[in-house]
Design a binder for this molecule. Structure first.
Ligand code: GLN
Ligand code: ZN
Length: 757
């Protein structure tokens, strides 16, 4: 008898109930009891669904009021001492860790592996202590048991917990805290055992990473120490193959292991070979990172033999927590029904798991109806003309290296462009968006609802463009932008105009805290039926003699912030998007736009988890960018923009994009991030952001001059641009105008500075 379970499910609720309750609580509109009621309702519904689907456990501990790592900080009583809280946090204190308070900035937040989920980074010091902290996990276990469910609590394992944190004291290694941390884990396990828990899922996703030898070695020690607690541990790895960590994982003294058979499918045979005869194998067979139906027949065929051997030692599961997919298709009314029938959100993935369990345990025939529905949906998808566009395929086939190269090398392009634009030294520009005022957002919303006509909407947006151009001219900026008033979101705006993209109504996924995103779904070959930005940009250019910069989102970012096809490599989808963007770039040029920015803020976050896989990614990612950018004349200037990231380890790949100008976010690091570009001798022009747009603080000209002087020490001054860190859409006009006026003053000051003459 195969068992079935999930590693975790979305915690936001089917209609983002948690988000609305959190935000109401923060505004003081509801009290803690009301917030807790909403949370309990979400958990109970999640458990009921798992139970009703015939899963063998309900997963407890996947719920969090803000973030699962922060829950462990609370559970382990290790809130940063700077907050001055005790070992047992209250909910209000918990939220202060996440959001900061008057005295203390919030804990740092960073991306959870290669997902778009963000966790709060535990802070470690040599004297960090661990204890049995906040008891929420135990309460939730009791809550599930009281409701009559078999609870399987989930914990983040001690090594992943330490790895994902950060040392706050120099010269100390957080791995040294392991011996102090393990007794706290042992206490947690003992308490769960006392509650009658049989199995605990203990997540060690870092097993999918390149680990230093000391960390790999620490696994055995750690799990020997936890072995004595007397509960069965299911060690869960996910997000990739285990590779050199495979034996480490399989030999640990735990009762079972979970492996990701979607991303790590190629090593399944090895896992089976090495699986000790008494251990449970939880096979992650349903993709927890994507929204497509699983080929259930294929899973059945692949695991049938193994099931005969392992019987109840085979567990079926999604590859990872379902946190990373939307809750349910039940609320979707706007999707094309055929496309909708190819999709599976969390609820549908749980239903698929139930079908598989029935097929394995009661025979394929018993699940025949569900299996054949599944097979039919998949075969329709495979053959669908919605998915396959021969013209797109032919264009991809016809790509040559010339498509991915500008005609001349950068230095020759640079002189052509200098002659054409005659910009002053230290040219000033912005990253694209201007404040999205209430009027802009309401005009867009009214247009979407059909309350105003297209003509009225166009006129309203043109007025906004007119304001933005006027203000930029008054400020004396050198390269202007139209301000992106018509855009709701930099991916959605383009996705809505491209073939091959679809949008759900309610497909929200938690990004962090109460923030959710609704990624587009790329289901088919991508092409661009009509120009997307040419009208707005041409209109903006008609209002000024200064160069107007066209503004596009790049192929890697479009890919990275969407759910993508699983029936072709990511690289192929990226190239298709690249060609669509290229068409837009060429049309902008033909419309007289001489400077075009192709944003790639997600370029770095696309990096695979393992370094060995980086070169292949960077190769197709930079090629996709170059294909989007290389359809133009050498006198046309291509910009790109990247948000704050660790650039240093991918500088060659950034240089390989060969953008004429790159603007990057550097002010928060006091230009330190720029040093890498200098040491690498980054060859093209560069605009290090001189002020942080995330903060309401308006920097004065002297602040920005100092940053520019610092930049000029590492980058030749004649290659420096002057711009803010990122787009200004979240700011107000008043602060924006003051800051930009100061920025222009700083640039002018440097122009007349003898040192840079
Ligand atoms: N052009 C975009 C803007 O200014 C860039 C946003 C981003 O980098 N995320 O809003
Ligand atoms: Zn940015």
């Amino acid at each position: 008898m195969a068992l079935a379970h999930v590693l975790g499910v979305p915690r936001i609720g089917p209609n983002r109930e948690l988000k609305f309750a959190q935000e109401a609580f923060w505004r003081g509109e509801i009290d803690e009891a009301a917030l807790r009621d909403v949370a309990s309702g979400i958990r109970q519904a999640n458990w009921r669904r798992q139970h009703a689907a015939g899963l063998d456990f309900v997963t407890v501990g996947d719920f969090a009021f803000y973030d699962q790592m922060l829950n462990h900080v609370a559970l382990l009583g290790c809130a940063p001492a700077r907050f001055g809280f005790g070992e047992k946090l209250g909910l209000a204190e918990y939220f202060q860790l996440a959001r900061g308070n008057d005295a203390c900035p919030a804990m740092e937040m960073t991306k959870w592996f290669d997902t778009n989920y963000h966790y709060l980074v535990p802070e470690f010091k040599p004297d960090t202590q661990f204890s049995l902290g906040t008891a929420w996990l135990f309460d939730e276990v009791a809550e599930a048991q009281t409701a009559g469910f078999e609870a399987k609590p989930v914990l983040i394992g001690p090594l992943s917990f330490l790895w994902l944190g950060k040392e706050k004291t120099p010269g100390f290694d957080r791995l040294d805290l392991l011996d102090r941390l393990l007794p706290a884990y042992a206490q947690i396990l003992a308490r769960l055992k006392a509650q009658g828990v049989q199995w605990v899922q203990i997540d060690e996703p870092i097993l999918a990473l390149d680990l230093p030898a000391a960390w790999r070695a620490a696994f055995e020690r750690a799990y020997h120490a936890l072995n004595g607690a007397g509960v069965k541990l299911l060690l869960a790895s996910y997000f990739g193959p285990l590779r050199e960590n495979l034996l480490v994982a399989l030999k640990l003294p735990v009762a079972g292991v979970h492996v990701d058979c979607v991303r790590g499918g190629e090593e399944l045979a090895q896992v089976i070979d090495w699986l000790p005869a008494t251990k449970v194998l939880s096979a992650g067979v349903i993709d927890g990172r994507n929204i497509w139906k699983t080929d259930l027949d294929a899973v059945f065929g692949r695991f049938e033999g193994l099931h005969l051997r392992l019987a109840d030692r085979l567990w079926l599961a999604p590859s990872c927590s379902l946190l990373h997919v939307p809750v349910s298709l039940a609320g979707e009314t706007g999707l094309d029904p055929e496309l909708q029938n190819w999709l599976a959100f969390a609820d549908e993935k749980i239903a698929a798991l139930a079908t598989l369990k029935t097929a394995f345990n009661a025979g394929r025939q018993t699940a025949a109806a569900a299996l054949s529905d599944n097979a039919r949906a998949l075969s329709v998808r495979r053959a669908s003309p919605r998915v396959h566009d021969a013209a797109v395929g032919a264009r991809l086939e016809a790509l040559t290296p010339a498509h991915a190269t500008r005609n001349r090398p950068f230095t020759l392009r640079q002189s052509l462009q200098r002659e054409r634009f005659r910009l002053p030294a230290f040219p000033t520009t912005t990253i694209g968006s201007f404040p999205q005022t209430l009027e802009i957002r309401s005009a867009r919303a009214r247009f979407r609802k059909g309350d105003i006509s297209e003509a009225d909407y166009t006129a309203a947006m043109q007025r906004e463009i007119g304001h933005a151009v006027e203000r930029q001219e008054a400020l004396g900026l050198d390269v202007l932008v139209h301000g992106e008033a018509e855009r709701n979101d930099m991916v959605e705006y383009f996705g809505e105009q491209l073939a091959g993209f679809a949008f759900s109504q309610n497909g929200w996924v938690q990004s962090y805290g109460s923030r959710c995103v609704k990624p587009p779904i790329i289901y088919g070959d991508v092409s661009r039926p009509h120009p997307m930005t040419v009208g707005w940009t041409r209109y903006a250019q008609s209002l000024t003699d200064k160069p107007m910069k066209g503004m596009l989102t790049g192929p890697v970012t479009m890919l990275q912030w969407s759910f993508v096809r699983d029936d072709q490599p990511r690289a192929t989808t990226a190239l298709q998007i690249a060609l669509a963007i290229r068409d837009e770039v060429v049309d902008l040029e033909a419309a007289g736009i001489g400077i075009i920015q192709i944003d790639e803020p997600a370029y770095r976050e696309g990096l695979p988890l393992r370094k060995a896989d980086w070169p292949a990614y960077l190769d197709w990612a930079s090629r996709a960018f170059r294909i989007s950018a290389s359809g133009v004349d050498d006198a046309t200037q291509i910009h790109t923009h990247m948000c704050y990231s660790e650039f240093n380890d991918i500088l060659p790949a950034i240089a390989a994009m060969d953008a004429d100008v790159i603007t990057i976010e550097t002010s928060r690091s006091d230009m330190e991030l720029l040093r890498g570009f200098g040491e690498f001798s980054y060859p093209n022009e560069i605009g290090p952001g001189v002020y942080d747009i995330h903060s309401p603080r308006v920097p004065d000209a002297a602040d920005m001059t100092r940053l520019l002087e610092k930049a000029a020490q590492v980058i030749p001054p004649d290659r420096l641009w002057v711009n803010p860190d990122c787009g200004l859409k979240t700011r107000g006009w008043a602060e924006t105008e003051t800051a930009l006026a100061n920025m222009v003053a700083a640039a002018r000051g440097l122009r007349s500075d003898a040192r840079f003459a």
